[in-house]
Write a protein that binds this ligand. Structure first.
Ligand SMILES: CC(C)(COP(=O)(O)OP(=O)(O)OC[C@H]1O[C@@H](n2cnc3c(N)ncnc32)[C@H](O)[C@@H]1OP(=O)(O)O)[C@@H](O)C(=O)NCCC(=O)NCCS
Length: 150
């Protein structure tokens, strides 16, 4: 797998992964507006000619929020998500980001385990955030403190 920055030609494939992975998927227009946002960095993982994962973050000063990250369903559980997360962390560090935060459904054990493996710690809870029923965990990682999961 190789990583590239998101380009417009990849948007339909990213949107298809979104629809497969997310309860409230981003539309192609929403993805295109992240592409235009100078504070957003979106990375896609490509195998051959096919986009197999993507993820990104949006910066505010020296902090950044992780946006959606997802791997094609058939290819999960093979270390792709871990490689993607490592790439996002190194891109964030290269942009001068010092703190990464994210929100994840308390139900999403795979994603929570992925984030915890990189040292993200629980920083708060947003009650009944998803479909007004599940809580969202807020997780936080200070960069430059020995993250090494590559
Ligand atoms: C979360 C997601 C990106 C993980 O990608 P992946 O390629 O399957 O993950 P990996 O194979 O790299 O696994 C990385 C770590 O995640 C955790 N993990 C992955 N799948 C898991 C599962 N089914 N159950 C528990 N932990 C799991 C483990 O900690 C694993 O590390 P380990 O192999 O050292 O134990 C993927 O499941 C996905 O696309 N989910 C749907 C979209 C989503 O929920 N995104 C996150 C919220 S925005």
């Amino acid at each position: 797998m190789r990583f590239e920055r998101l380009k417009s030609k990849y948007i339909p494939e990213v949107a298809a992964i979104e629809r497969e992975a997310m309860a409230e998927p981003w539309s192609e227009n929403m993805i295109a507006s992240e592409l235009e946002n100078p504070n957003s960095t979106i990375v896609v993982g490509i195998e051959g000619e096919r986009v197999i994962c993507y993820g990104g973050f949006r910066r505010t000063l020296d902090e950044a929020d992780i946006l959606n990250i997802a791997v094609i369903k058939d290819l999960r559980g093979q270390g792709i998500g871990k490689g993607l997360m490592a790439r996002l962390i190194s891109e964030a560090m290269a942009c001068g980001v010092r703190v990464l935060t994210l929100e994840v459904s308390e139900q999403n054990t795979a994603a929570i385990a992925l984030y915890a493996g990189f040292g993200f710690e629980r920083a708060g809870v947003r009650k009944r955030y998803y479909n007004n029923s599940f809580d969202a965990l807020i997780m936080r990682l200070k960069l430059g403190e020995g993250v090494d999961k590559t």
